[in-house]
Design a protein around this ligand. Structure first.
Ligand SMILES: [Fe+2]
Length: 152
C-alpha cells in the first residue's frame, strides 16, 4: 500500500484521537440547565470518535503501517456556544480529511473506499447536527456573553 495513504490515514487517526479528548472534556465540564442534554451528546461524540479511531487504526495496521498515538491540540472551553462551534469545526475538518483520503484510494481499493465512505457519512451527519443546533437563537445569543476559550 502507498505510504502516502498510510500517512493520510494517520493524520485522520490523529484527528479522531483529538476528538476523543476534546468531546470527552466538553461532556465533563458543560454546566447549567442544558448540561442535561449536552453532556451526553458530547460524550456520545467522543465515543463516535473512538469508534472511528478503532476502525482507522486497525486498517493502518492491516496495511502495514504503525497507528499513531499522537493527537492535535485540544480546544478547551467552559462556554457551551464555543463547545458547539468547536464541534462544528471538528466535524467539518473530519469531512475534509476523509474526502482527501478517499480521493487517493478511489478506483484502487474498493473495500477501503466503502469503509471510509461509511465514516464520511457519519462525519457529515455531525456537521449537519451541529449546524442545526447552532441555529437556535438561545444558543447563538450565548456567543455575545461567552467566556474566552483556553488552548491546551
Ligand atoms: Fe470521526
Amino acid at each position: 500500500m502507498d505510504q502516502a495513504v498510510i500517512d493520510k490515514l494517520n493524520e485522520i487517526l490523529k484527528h479522531e484521537w483529538t476528538g476523543v479528548a476534546q468531546y470527552s472534556q466538553a461532556g465533563f465540564v458543560v454546566s447549567g440547565l442544558w448540561r442535561e442534554v449536552y453532556s451526553d451528546m458530547f460524550l456520545d461524540a467522543a465515543k463516535e470518535s473512538f469508534g472511528h479511531a478503532k476502525i482507522v487504526g486497525q486498517k493502518i495496521s492491516a496495511l502495514g503501517g504503525v497507528p499513531t498515538i499522537e493527537r492535535n491540540q485540544v480546544k478547551q472551553t467552559d462556554d457551551l456556544y464555543e463547545m458547539l462551534t468547536n464541534g462544528l469545526e471538528f466535524e467539518s475538518k473530519a469531512v475534509q480529511l476523509y474526502q482527501e483520503v478517499l480521493s487517493m484510494v478511489d478506483g484502487k481499493n474498493r473495500p477501503l473506499v466503502v469503509l471510509l465512505e461509511e465514516i464520511l457519512l457519519e462525519e457529515q451527519e455531525g456537521v449537519d447536527e451541529f449546524t442545526m443546533i447552532l441555529k437556535d437563537p438561545s444558543v447563538a445569543a450565548q456567543a455575545k456573553g461567552g467566556s474566552a476559550s483556553k488552548a491546551g
